[in-house]
Design a protein around this ligand. Structure first.
Ligand code: PMP
Length: 358
């Protein structure tokens, strides 16, 4: 029996994607070769990569002013790649610290140049600061932020605008919410939440900003070099990129990002309502900043939390534990998580409340 998967990434993939992957692993489109055996220089792969980029542009309404890159590696590699392209010890960038991942991005940037942390004024990470222009050093090359904090379950439903180039880590909410890319200079997302299998990332860069990248960046990290080679400078993970194409085809068939945006808000609201109602659980996150994709919540005490995790396992639910840094519980409701999956989780929370009534 297939489990109900609420993991934060690698996360649930649509069943349609899994069946197509499974066919392609044995015999890619009747070529007599597995997708895992196809070279990244073949016509087959060039077609996959081209279609993937075109679909991404269409689904996200990427303006002509921007370009799309597919790169090796995940989110942390982007923390380093970004800084390698735009920071030297005499250059400055600002980092809005709203959680674990933006803190990590800031620490990585410190290896390259003058990264300045704009600290959250909040006591904890369950609320989000508003970005003020005055907080950003005037000579900053960019300001970095995380649109959705996967670990603490907070999300900027709208992104700030400022007169410094804006760089956004959208690893956990890319394709789940419609954003206006005109105001974003660089956005990236690792694949393992809404794009496909872990191992590659998507980078969307304004062409003007790309031109401003530093010279002398080691070729494997240089955004300009990767753009020049149309994302094929080094070997891309072919199977992973193919999974991304399937995910994008599936997303289009479901009504695209606009439909996911609507559905994700609906699914998350159902779950937050149950958390508020259920006597065994509560949510620390300020209502205005609650993430629509990573619903982080807590049980009333540690014993109840452990009992609930065991109860979930007995009922075929996996991935409900919170991140090791924050503890508690977390249900990740990415695009592949259906309304039915959320209804099932709610049903289990209600049964738990009855069975564990004291
Ligand atoms: N940024 C965010 C918002 C994340 O949730 C994660 C974790 N998947 C990362 C960066 C780091 O990604 P990776 O594990 O691929 O380095």
């Amino acid at each position: 029996m297939r489990k109900k998967i609420f993991s934060s990434g690698p996360s649930q993939l649509p069943h349609w994607v899994l069946t197509h992957m499974s066919d392609a692993i044995l015999n890619y489109k009747n070529t007599g070769i597995s997708i895992a055996e196809i070279t990244h220089r073949s016509e087959y792969f060039l077609d996959i990569l081209h279609e993937l980029k075109e679909l991404i542009k269409k689904l996200l309404h990427i303006p002509e002013s921007h370009t799309v890159l597919i790169v090796q590696g995940g989110g942390r590699l982007q923390f380093a790649q970004l800084a390698a392209n735009y920071l030297t010890p005499s250059q400055t960038a600002a980092y809005l610290i709203t959680g674990y991942w933006s803190q990590k991005a800031y620490e990585y940037a410190c290896h390259y140049g003058n990264a300045v942390a704009i600290k959250s004024q909040e006591r904890d990470f369950y609320s989000l600061p508003i970005l003020h222009q005055d907080d950003i050093p005037a000579h900053a090359r960019y300001v970095f932020m995380t649109s959705n904090n996967t670990i603490y379950g907070t999300q900027y439903h709208t992104l700030p605008s400022c007169n410094i180039p804006l760089v956004v880590d959208m690893s956990s909410d890319m394709f789940t919410i419609q954003r206006d890319f005109n105001n974003i200079d660089l956005a990236f997302a690792c694949a393992q939440k809404n794009l496909g299998i872990a191992g590659c990332s998507l980078v969307i860069i304004k062409k003007d900003f790309l031109q401003k990248a530093n010279d002398n960046v080691v070729p494997i990290l240089s955004y300009q070099n990767i753009e020049k080679h149309q994302s094929l400078y080094a070997t891309l993970p072919v199977v992973n990129v193919y999974s991304a194409l399937l995910c994008m085809q599936w997303l289009l068939s479901q009504g695209g990002v606009e439909e996911m945006d609507r559905l994700n808000e609906y699914k998350a609201n159902l779950l937050y309502e149950e958390i508020e109602r259920n006597t065994k659980f509560f949510c620390r996150v300020s209502p205005a900043y609650r993430s629509r994709v990573n619903v982080c919540f807590s049980a009333i005490d540690k014993v109840t939390e452990e009992a609930f995790i065991t109860f979930c396992k007995r009922n075929n639910i996996v991935g409900i534990e919170g991140h090791i840094k924050s503890g508690g519980l977390r249900a990740s409701l990415y695009n592949a998580t259906s309304q039915k999956d959320v209804a099932y989780l709610i049903e289990i929370m209600q049964s738990f409340e009855k069975e564990y009534a004291i």
